[in-house]
Design a protein around this ligand. Structure first.
Ligand code: AMP
Ligand code: GLY
Length: 429
């Protein structure tokens, strides 16, 4: 029998985790990654096609007929890759362009949440810097400024003072630092509490929530320093207590889906809700129209059983609760980054110890910014590896992950030493 082909689009740790998990499915699929990294080359075949080159991706898919294409990053989703593939009769996991606006436009996401009654921060939108600043002075600090469009993770400023907030408004509306993506800003209330990510698979109508997780956005221990793409993640996140699950399902996912349906928008794929657990209950900080990175690296090792049927069912409108089961173990992903990241950093440094780490029980090393050069794995990006381990509880998973980190060496490697630290202290309280 022919092995089914799957195309995974993207090149980060999230895509390595997706490719790794899919390659282990019982149908033993042939996984292709565009463009992938040194890690995905170990579980499948890399294609020399950029994640944003929809024409070339479509041409490859028409010629090779994958049973499913899984889109990792937001840019091709917001550019309408799903609509293009569907028009050619190709099955694809991810939302159509109209649905991806939940991530692509913060103004749109806020409008949907307001209309749907989804709990979120109070907000106003502005294209005029003077009007934005007058609103900020009226509201006072702390306050949050967000560029409307996709800004590669750099469009959000949590301002501690009115001056910082005004500077963020100028950056977007006057200096146009984010181009068109910052032509409108959302100014919103600063929420207090603990953050968690809840992702849900959606097939247009049905919602299946995935295991909870938490990201660590700042570069240094203790949540200090600049924001990054994410320095580590763990699952489950104990801050999402049992009694909150039905609340999040109804108030966040069901209400959002109902509102989208009312607008004639069909959401199929994964919807990522970044939540703040406030004293008044969970509130949505942001929606993403794709799997989180590095949350996916901490979630997928806990997925019990095959992944492909659930992702196909999203595209087919045939999702069932029984398709998603979890192992009881906890999982922790520690990101090893190149020194200097998220600022400028070196590339091309040899990485040693990968095989030793990967040989450890319950450990998997997901690659992000890596490539093969002369048969050796070398650094090729800011976030280099996501060293991931399962354990019978979070403490054991943390210990395992850091033991594996200790086996891996590359020049000027930087990693946080406190991944899941807050969850461990919450548990011990
Ligand atoms: P985003 O890029 O939208 O994920 O936002 C980046 C980070 O900014 C979030 O993970 C939060 O830590 C923070 N953030 C965004 N919105 C708010 C808000 N309304 N109140 C407090 N923090 C926020
Ligand atoms: N980990 C945050 C994100 O994927 O946007």
């Amino acid at each position: 029998m022919n092995r089914p082909k799957i195309l995974v689009i993207g090149s980060g740790g999230r895509e390595h985790a997706l490719a790794w998990k899919l390659a282990g499915d019982t149908c033993r699929p042939d996984v292709f990654c565009a463009p992938g990294n040194a890690g995905t080359a170990g579980v499948g075949t890399n294609l020399d096609i950029a994640a944003t080159d929809i024409d070339k991706l479509l041409a490859w898919a028409k010629a090779n007929k994958p049973c499913l294409t899984v889109v990792g990053p937001e840019a091709p989703l917001c550019d309408g890759i799903v609509d293009r593939f569907n028009a050619e009769g190709l099955k694809v996991f991810g939302p159509c362009q109209a649905a991806a606006r939940l991530e692509g436009s913060k103004v749109f996401a806020k409008e949907v949440m307001l209309a749907a009654g989804v709990p979120t921060a109070k907000y106003a939108r502005f294209s005029s810097a003077a009007e934005a600043k007058s609103y900020i002075r009226k509201e006072g600090a702390p306050i949050v400024i967000k560029a409307d469009g996709l800004a590669a993770g750099k469009g959000v400023t949590v301002a501690a003072t009115v001056e910082q907030a005004e500077a963020a408004v100028d950056e977007a509306l006057v200096q146009k630092a984010f181009g068109d993506a910052g032509a409108t800003v959302v100014v919103e209330e600063c929420l207090q509490g603990e953050e968690a990510s809840i992702l849900a698979l959606i097939d247009g109508r049905k919602i299946v929530m995935l295991a909870s997780s938490q990201d660590h956005k700042r570069i240094f221990d203790g949540d200090e320093g600049p924001n990054t793409g994410g320095m580590g993640a763990y699952s489950p996140a104990p801050v999402v207590k049992e009694d909150l699950w039905p609340v999040i399902r109804e108030q966040v996912f069901e209400r959002t889906l109902r509102e989208l349906n009312k607008r004639g928008i069909d959401y199929r794929g994964v919807l990522y809700a970044g939540l703040m657990m406030t004293k008044a209950g969970p509130k949505v900080l942001e929606f993403n129209c794709r799997f989180g990175d590095p949350e996916t690296q901490a979630i997928l090792p806990r997925w019990d059983g095959d992944l492909l049927p659930a992702l196909e069912a999203c595209a087919d409108g045939a999702l069932g609760e029984g398709m998603v089961r979890w192992k009881p173990e906890a999982c922790v992903c520690v990101v090893m980054a190149a020194g200097g990241y998220p600022g400028s950093y070196g590339k091309g440094d040899a990485i040693d110890g990968l095989a030793d780490a990967a040989a450890m029980k319950d450990v998997v090393v997901f690659h992000a910014g890596t490539k093969l050069a002369g048969g050796k794995v070398v650094t090729a990006g800011g976030r280099v590896l996501g060293v991931t381990a399962l354990g019978r509880d979070l403490r054991a998973a943390v210990d395992n992950a850091y033991k594996a980190v200790g086996k891996i060496k590359f020049a000027k490697a930087h990693w946080r030493k406190d991944i899941a630290g807050r969850a461990l202290s919450v548990r011990n309280d």
